[in-house]
Write a protein that binds this ligand. Sequence first.
Ligand code: SF4
Length: 431
Amino acid sequence: MKAYICTLGCKVNQYESQAMMRLLQEHGYETAVFHPSLPDVGEAVLIVNSCTVTSESDRKLRQLVRRMRREHPQAILVVTGCMPQAFPDQAATLEADLVVGNAARGAIVEQLEALRRDRTPKVCVTPHDKTFERLSITSFEERTRAFVKIEDGCDRFCSYCIIPYARGRVRSRDPEDIRAELTALVKAGYREAVLVGINLTSYGKDTGRTLADAVDAACAVDGIERVRLGSLEPDHMTEELIARLKTQKKLCPQFHVALQSGCDATLRRMNRHYDTACFAQACQRLREAFPDAVFTTDILVGFPGETEADFEESLRFAEAMRFAKAHVFPYSRRAGTRADTMPDQVPQAEKAARAHRMSEACERVRRELLSEAVGSVQEVLCETRTADGAAVGYTRGYLPCRMTGACEAGQTVRVCVTEADSDGLTARIIG
Ligand code: SF4
């Protein structure tokens, strides 16, 4: 039987979709990625791995499920992921045949088989386990880089975020298990791994380890040439942790440190557990340890109570931090969170205007940083070739690079950067 999967949301969801595909394949299903333009799939299985980070995510999910039901009337429709885990009652009202929460995902094949036997719609949402869910992958959608989930859950309860309810408390993956998965990925041809989690830098909080133990495990795998990290919390970037990370030459100096706001009063209302001084110090420590460090971030604008002066403060701080890329989001209300009931909600138009100003400012910095790379020598892992024959890949700092000269996908080359524009770098292969 054929099963299509549609992934919404973050890198952890992408990993979990891949793991579900593997489970399904082991049970005889033929799997494929769902595409909205697919003609009627008949009696196949359609799985949506959902995200519930904003109310907008829920609205899009509802719309997608309705459309799938209309365009694939005989398909078995399954909704899994964060939305059913956080809001089981609302998930039960979706037009799905099977609703499976995050905690029950490992049993998705059994649930599907039961549904195919008795044809009775089911909702299966259970509390989270206290230990890391054992899932694994042996390949990934991208051909040279694989996301590897090493942590689940979050204990931080930012005032705007529903995720701790959808994902439960921090659970960390055993380093041996990380090593085993990466070894399998190397056999499948992967050279680069991105370690991801819901709150990555909380790794080991439940087992007495630290993120450095997971990085050591990943870097110890022969054949893995590059290891990257998902989102980092600034207050977790201690001197001790950075000193250990520094010893791993395979660790790429690309750090996504979540800022959210560059205004201390806003950060306090967000319950973000750090202030701008702490953030700047974390980046400074990383720069000292990794002189070629490249920083990226996420920024929320228009948080409840954010005044024009607060926004200006946030903008100035973001500019000073010189991010190579910033994902800027206007604050989106989420039912069930504290921020949703906070006074002084910022009007939609004002949020959009601030998001535009913040994006423009960050884009200006990005262009400056890319221009500064002209003339430098970089190491690039070649990923693919464009239609016009140019090789493309990413530098260790995750700057996109288009190259002239001979190289194959999966090959690491040294390049000299000749040009830069807002799309990335252009370079000549020199070795
Ligand atoms: S750190 Fe905050 S924003 Fe991130 S998942 Fe946890 S609660 Fe949500």
